[in-house]
Design a protein around this ligand. Structure first.
Ligand SMILES: *[C@@H]1O[C@H](CO)[C@@H](O)[C@H](O)[C@H]1NC(C)=O
Length: 343
């Protein structure tokens, strides 16, 4: 009986070394995960977009952009030679963040349309230019939602391309950013029946991850992930769009930004330690958790002793009452500790 009790004890201890919860949906960052997010009012915008003074405290828009308070911020109308922008007034100071942009690209034509829009995280803000309505030679991240192919490519359009500019590199306009692309995917986000959203996650000095929602409700497709990337500290968040000879309506429905808090570095929750029970000794566990560990051990010992005496009583009663004792072995067997003999 006591042997079995210790076998169970070992199992319990081995399990206690496993993670507290199986956080399978977490984003992994080496051995750190995004533990929780906090929404940032300063970098989020929703209908009706403006306050009673017909302004927005945190955002600025310009060029051809205009606001329809119950629908969208229309960056470009479906007309040639339009450009428009929406920029945060404040830099984004969060270390790690998640940004979700709900947008809409629509137009009459099924074969001639363009040019597209861009989501920016750059050192400067609100400077109109030729790259989807914003300046070239930018410093920071540009994610281009490109609906019109200037060059010939083996892949389809619309296309989403990620570029990190250093302030002097020029956007490869003739080849739709191919020379600058650090990651890309093709996704038909134009004229969909489903809400179209782009989700960008940045973990400082670690990665930029871009996902896109366009196929079905709650169906996020991985677009690209740039590893080992460092963006400028405290960038401005912007969205701009442009039309040329071909056109489309480029709308922003909403922007939501969250600051992302990672799990602490020395207590990775999702790390499976291979050695089981004794691997904890080599870890950087504080004395606090060792105290807890011995407390649990002590409690379990008590339970074992109690169970032992309970069992003895049961056997004695069983003999007198005529019951067999073989049924008691069930627990151990189910756990795979079948010693081949019954008590
Ligand atoms: C910026 O990037 C371009 C293109 O990759 C490169 O030619 C240039 O040397 C870089 N400039 C700086 C200042 O790093």
């Amino acid at each position: 009986m006591l042997t079995r009790c210790f076998a169970v004890l070992y199992l319990v201890l081995a399990l206690s070394v496993l993670p507290g919860g199986f956080a399978a949906k977490d984003t992994r960052v080496a051995d750190r995960t995004i533990e929780r997010t906090v929404q940032l009012r300063t970098h989020s915008i929703f209908p009706p977009y403006i306050d009673q003074d017909l302004q927005n405290r945190w955002w600025d828009f310009g060029a051809d952009a205009y606001i329809n308070t119950n629908k969208h911020i229309r960056l470009t109308r479906p007309k040639p030679s339009q450009m428009g922008w929406l920029w945060s007034r404040l830099p984004l100071t969060a270390t790690n963040f998640v940004i979700e942009v709900e947008f809409k690209v629509t137009g009459e034509s099924t074969h001639l349309y363009g040019d597209g829009l861009a989501v920016w995280l750059t050192k400067t803000r609100a400077e109109p230019g030729p790259v989807f309505g914003s300046i070239d030679k930018f410093e920071g991240l540009g994610v281009f939602l490109d609906t019109y192919a200037n060059g010939r490519h083996p892949y389809g359009f619309p296309r989403i391309v990620g570029m990190v500019g250093n302030g002097s590199a020029t956007y490869d306009q003739d080849h739709d950013g191919e020379a600058n692309s650090l990651g890309a995917c093709s996704a038909n986000f134009r004229r969909t029946n489903v809400i179209t959203k782009l989700k960008l996650t940045y973990v400082k000095d670690s990665y930029v991850d871009v996902k896109i929602h366009y196929r079905a409700w709650d169906d996020w497709s991985d677009c690209f992930r740039i590893e080992g990337v460092s963006l400028p500290a405290s960038p401005f968040l912007g969205i701009s769009a442009m039309t040329g000879e071909v056109h489309d309506a480029h709308d922003v429905i909403s922007v939501t930004t969250w600051s992302a808090i990672l799990s602490s570095e020395d207590a990775p929750r999702d790390k499976l330690t291979g050695g089981g029970l004794f691997s904890k000794k080599r870890g950087s566990e504080g004395s606090g958790s060792w105290l807890g560990f011995f407390f649990k051990l002590f409690l379990f010992g008590g339970v074992c002793v109690g169970a032992f005496y309970g069992y003895k009583t049961y056997v004695v009663r069983g003999r007198h009452g005529g019951f067999g004792s073989s049924g008691f072995g069930g627990l151990g067997d189910r756990m795979g500790y079948n010693s081949g003999k019954r008590f």
